[in-house]
Design a protein around this ligand. Structure first.
Ligand SMILES: [Zn+2]
Ligand SMILES: [Zn+2]
Length: 343
């Protein structure tokens, strides 16, 4: 290679090094390494996300510099993937990290509440930090408040993952909107399954469907029962283990196939998806040996069922509206359901 052309693919500085599969300088290497594990949102670009299109580059823009790293093909280092040496240790770290985030969400859902009255999804996603207030025992929780809090804590949960915070804000919004109702369902179904319940309910036992005012039922009990039980039945059939649930819960939204994501968004999610799916596959191989690969695909099959569950919820919601139900859902809950057909 001609020495004159040995330029960092990200910033254009002279370099002869390859980092993260790309010809890049030491400073861009350190920058990328710092960013891929970061759990705090990065500042939005206020210059139209074009700081790295033309020289001279404006290095101060973290968002554009990171997007450029992805664009030129930087990939996650192998130590983050459960592929090479120290596999078991890497797997344990990955699972621990997800478990802690789940425990934090559970604590927020069970013991705290959000004072914001009736925010929509954009309000919640744009908050840098969601503020919780300790919940007094006297605060009455009904279907409305539980459904709302379940959505808030699920969005907050997803925002604790580096790859969510590294997405451009439009991609982040698409991913969160598409996922929080499904993820909330997976989490509450797993909680119900672990405590040997037959139906999905909120922490104090409140039904996962609202009470309607009709004396004659206007929605088929079959549909209602499917919403309450189908995911739990599947989890029971699979005899799902905690560690499998943890990894699946991330793979549900670490999904480059979500429609309308930018090319960079897809690249980023593909890298992290590889990280979590290699962890799940390795877990299956360790635990089930020869039948590991078939267990792995069985587990991923759960996502198809969650898609059907989501369709049932939409169906239920439409029927409520057609029958002019008096149940007034909070904006955030509506947004999560309507995301399926309004995007
Ligand atoms: Zn550079
Ligand atoms: Zn910028």
């Amino acid at each position: 290679m001609n020495a004159l052309h040995q330029k960092c693919a990200v910033c254009g500085r002279f370099t002869t090094e390859f980092n993260y599969s790309v010809l890049s300088c030491n400073s861009c290497k350190i920058f990328f390494r710092r960013l891929i594990v970061r759990t705090v949102p990065i500042k939005k670009c206020f210059r139209g996300e074009r700081c790295f299109e033309k020289t001279p580059y404006i290095f101060k823009c973290t968002s554009c510099r990171f997007q450029k790293c992805l664009y030129v093909g930087m990939t996650l280092p192998s130590y983050l993937l459960v592929l090479e040496q120290n596999k078991e240790q890497r797997l344990a770290i990955t699972i621990d990290c997800v478990r802690n985030t789940h425990n934090k969400r559970m604590d927020s859902l069970f013991n705290f509440f959000v004072t914001e009255m009736n925010p929509n999804v954009d309000d919640i996603v744009e908050l840098n930090k969601i503020t919780y207030t300790k919940r007094d025992e006297h605060i009455r929780m009904d279907f409305q408040t539980w459904a709302f809090h379940s959505c808030v804590t699920t969005i907050d949960f997803m925002k604790q993952f580096p790859f969510v915070n590294l997405l451009r804000s439009t991609d982040q919004m698409i991913l969160l909107k598409e996922s929080y109702v499904k993820l909330g369902a997976l989490i509450s179904a797993t909680r119900a399954y672990s405590s040997k319940k037959q139906c999905i309910s909120f922490p104090d036992g409140t039904d996962c469907l609202p009470k309607t005012q009709w004396t004659v039922p206007k929605i088929s009990p079959n549909l209602e029962n499917r919403i309450r039980c189908r995911v739990i039945d599947k989890l029971r059939e699979l005899n799902i283990q905690n560690d499998e649930f943890y990894l699946l819960s991330v793979l549900l939204f670490c999904n480059p196939a979500i429609t309308n994501l930018s090319e960079n968004g897809q690249l980023l999610l593909t890298s992290y998806q590889k990280m979590y799916s290699s962890a799940l596959l390795y877990y299956c191989l360790l635990t089930y040996q020869k039948s590991g690969p078939s267990r792995f695909s069985e587990l991923l099959g759960l996502f198809t069922l969650l898609g059907q569950h989501y369709d049932d919820i939409i169906h239920y919601y439409v029927l409520m509206q057609l029958n002019q139900s008096e149940v007034e859902l909070k904006k955030l809950v509506k947004d999560g359901i309507e995301a399926a057909y309004k995007s």
